[in-house]
Design a protein around this ligand. Structure first.
Ligand code: TXA
Ligand code: MG
Length: 463
């Protein structure tokens, strides 16, 4: 049923698509690659091609959105020209209807068609003027296809569904570099409006399993192309402003943008806090990227026993002063089974830490004993290591800690960030202690990581 209510239980299928088995991408000009004309010749009898075609055909004819991978995060796509289809996205995600969507295109011809002014009969008005503003030409040549979203003037009337842009005079557009995403848009034959495929306010999904976790029963189809390469959402820029600005940090940094003609003076126009008084990118005002657990963001020079320091600090700031942490309560009923998560980004906690069961390590004989318990699971993007920490002293007790080590290199932190927050949620931890990184103030991947973490965190503590 079009625009179906969220309580409708749908049977959600996950269909794998191996991009190497799809068929052949044919470029009219190999130098231009996806920026010139291109087509895909699907392999006959390929299951992967059939899965992609099924998704494309649903996008054309139905109003329930389809989830698909991009190089940044998984998107929840719908035909951007049909209102009923776009409303399906807001429905499935429970997204506030004043938060506009990014339109994904597979060719510049498709974009020009979208931006062209039309006469009353709907025909494109004859003009030699390129509807893509000059300021964007060098940016497109340099960064598309890729993780960069640009703000463009919306023509009036516009072929886009009004629900895509809400009441704004601009539309946010990107050409993803994921070949799977490009092939899907091309086969659907229409630009796809697609926000991240999480349920609103949750961390963005970087695997098909994350999408299934959030949207199972709400959508019919998830295309599974494996884990996303970048892991954080695209950089959003506004080149219509003078000077141009970055509205959301992503993999394309301030420094990279400043090397492009016309973008030498680009500045940062986003703030990292959870709330922004007058957000220029409307999505920035909502609670975002939050796992179920509380997130505490730490900075500072950690010693070797990172976890112990986190816990001590947590006590100092009063986090551990709820009823059951009081000495009298502890004596009567030790809080066994309390669970914490640690997300380490410094590389000090080694990924393949020697975690044979029952290995005991005394960090500080009088206070803390760490007992490493589980083998890290190797299947997930973010292997989790489980230890039990025995805290000595008057109020002796033990707690369970799940640690995920992502660092120290920026790419692996970005790639594993949302996945790690979700993995730790799966362990039902109460609090996730996150080791912050230097954001470099450069609007790039490091800034994107800290921007998302600051939105997820309730507290940021400098040690
Ligand atoms: O990497 C990405 O950009 C992913 C993948 C799926 O492509 N998409 C994504 O979409 O992150 P979403 O909807 O989660 O974030 C879109 C952001 C929001 O902050 C939104 O407010 C902003 O772009 N945005 C969209 N249209 C806008 C406009 N016309 N003016 C200013 N900001 C806009
Ligand atoms: Mg999002």
């Amino acid at each position: 049923m079009p625009g179906s209510p969220v309580n409708t239980q749908r049977c959600t299928r996950v269909l794998p698509v191996d991009i190497s088995k799809l068929g052949k991408f044919v470029f009219q000009d190999p130098d231009l690659s996806f920026l010139g004309d291109w087509t895909i010749h699907l392999s006959e009898g390929s299951v992967d091609a059939a899965n992609l075609q099924e998704a494309a055909s649903r996008l054309r004819s139905q109003d329930v959105p389809v989830a698909f991978p991009t190089e940044t995060v998984y998107g929840l796509g719908a035909d951007a020209t049909r209102s009923s289809a776009v409303r399906g996205i807001y429905n499935a995600k429970q997204r506030p209807s004043d938060n506009p969507l990014i339109v994904h295109i597979s060719s510049l011809a498709q974009l020009r068609n979208l931006l062209s002014t039309r006469d009353e009969s709907g025909s494109i008005a004859g003009t030699d003027r390129d509807p893509i503003p000059d300021i964007y030409h060098p940016l497109i040549s340099r960064f598309w296809p890729g993780p960069l979203t640009i703000l463009l003037p919306l023509p009036a009337p516009s072929p886009l569904a009004a629900e895509v842009t809400t009441s704004l005079p601009t539309v946010a557009v990107r050409m993803p570099s994921s070949r799977l995403a490009l092939a899907l848009i091309q086969l659907a034959g229409t630009p796809l409006a697609a926000p991240s495929a999480n349920s609103s306010s949750r961390p963005s999904p970087t695997t098909a399993a994350h999408v299934l976790h959030d949207l199972s029963g709400r959508i019919d189809l998830i295309l599974d192309g494996g884990p996303c390469e970048v892991g954080v959402e695209s950089t959003v820029v506004d080149g219509l402003a003078n000077p141009p600005v970055i509205l959301r940090p992503g993999d394309v940094s301030l420094d990279m943008l400043r090397h492009v003609t016309g973008w030498e003076d680009v500045t940062i126009a986003y703030k990292d806090g959870a709330e922004e008084a007058a957000p220029r990118a409307p999505g920035m005002k909502y609670k975002h990227y939050s796992p179920d657990a509380r997130v505490l963001l730490f900075h500072g020079d950690m010693d070797a026993n990172t976890t112990r320091k986190y816990l001590q600090t947590a006590r100092t700031v009063g986090l551990l002063t709820t009823e059951r942490w009081k000495p009298e309560v502890l004596q009567a009923r030790p809080p066994c089974g309390d669970k914490y998560g640690v997300l380490s980004t410094s590389g000090r906690v080694s990924r393949d830490n020697e975690s044979r069961s029952q290995v005991k390590e005394t960090a500080d004989a009088s206070e803390t004993v760490v007992e490493a318990i589980g083998e890290p699971s190797v299947e997930s993007i973010s292997p989790v290591q489980h230890s039990r920490i025995h805290l000595g002293g008057e109020d002796e007790f033990s707690i369970d800690v799940w640690t995920i080590a992502l660092g120290p290199d920026t790419k692996s932190i970005a790639r594993g960030l949302f996945s790690a927050l979700r993995e730790l949620d799966q362990k039902s931890v109460e609090v996730i202690f996150v080791e912050g990184i230097d954001d470099g103030k450069g609007g790039g991947a490091r800034a994107a990581i800290m921007n998302r973490l600051r939105k997820a965190a309730e507290l940021e503590i400098i040690l």
